[in-house]
Write a protein that binds this ligand. Structure first.
Ligand code: BTN
Length: 247
């Protein structure tokens, strides 16, 4: 059960690091959660940092065991976690979407981020540390193009209560993953994907272009149709940038 073992600490460098260090010494129970009031070295994707105003946001990690998930199926884990966060956010209103591959946005503003660090043995992704940063009660984001649940709903929230609700959502989507409901996972992911089927502005190594996201394949590559020459291209993470949405 995700969240049955739940630890809260006021300050940590990073909840992902906390579990990673713990794993070096001992076993961690599947579904364990570590939540921090404040992270001094919060990690974002690709070596970036994750800034979150202390005690106002959800910063937590969940330890998941999924012994038989092959490395080639790792994108289903990414999709399941993104869907769980999207399910959680959807209880606060409409317009929350998954921005490929695993950001959560509200009308183009980032509201949550996911950092999954997997433990691989042979060709299996044995377990993973799923780090989640969700903007909750923070109001001011400076230069970041970000928003919080509270800015959307104009209410304040108890962070621990929200953490438990989030765990329930992860549990539900995790069941789909271990039951290998891969078709359902990718269909639900696409249903909630931001800009799917809409003509928008992007840039890639060749420059800016107008395109339409048409699919995401089983390995997590984004399929985009370039409008000008009707050419279909596949992108890995970081090979394409989303620019202003075309109205
Ligand atoms: C991203 O760049 O979008 C991913 C952000 C992930 C942030 C969370 S906060 C809890 C967990 N601990 C970390 O150090 N990072 C993740």
């Amino acid at each position: 059960m995700i969240g049955r073992k739940f630890t809260y600490l006021e300050q940590l460098n990073s909840t992902n690091n906390y579990f990673a260090n713990k794993l070096l010494e001992q076993k961690i129970e599947h579904g364990s959660v570590i939540m921090a009031g404040e992270q001094t070295l919060g990690k974002g994707q690709r070596g970036a940092k994750w800034d979150a105003e202390p005690f106002k946001n959800l910063t937590l990690s969940v330890y998941l065991e999924h012994a038989n998930l092959s490395v080639s199926n790792h994108f289903y884990l990414t999709q399941s976690v993104a869907l769980a966060v999207n399910d959680f956010l959807s209880d606060f209103g409409r317009d929350f979407k998954i921005k490929w591959p695993n950001d959560l946005v509200f009308q183009n503003k980032k509201i949550a981020g996911i950092l999954i660090e997997g433990q691989i043995e042979k060709d299996k992704m044995k377990s993973s540390i799923v780090g989640l940063g969700i903007n909750v009660n923070q109001e001011i984001f400076g230069d970041y193009n970000a928003i919080s649940i509270s800015s959307v709903t104009r209410s304040k929230y108890d962070l621990r209560e929200l953490a438990f609700k989030l765990c329930e959502k992860i549990e539900i989507r995790f069941q789909d993953l271990i039951s290998r409901n891969y078709t359902k996972i990718s269909e639900d992911y696409k249903t909630n994907l931001w800009l799917l089927g809409e003509i928008s502005q992007f840039s890639d190594a060749e420059g800016e272009f107008e395109g339409k996201i048409t699919d995401v394949d089983e390995f997590g590559r984004l399929e985009v149709l370039k409008v000008k020459d009707n050419q279909v291209k596949y992108y890995q993470n970081k090979e394409i940038t989303f620019l202003e949405r075309r109205i």
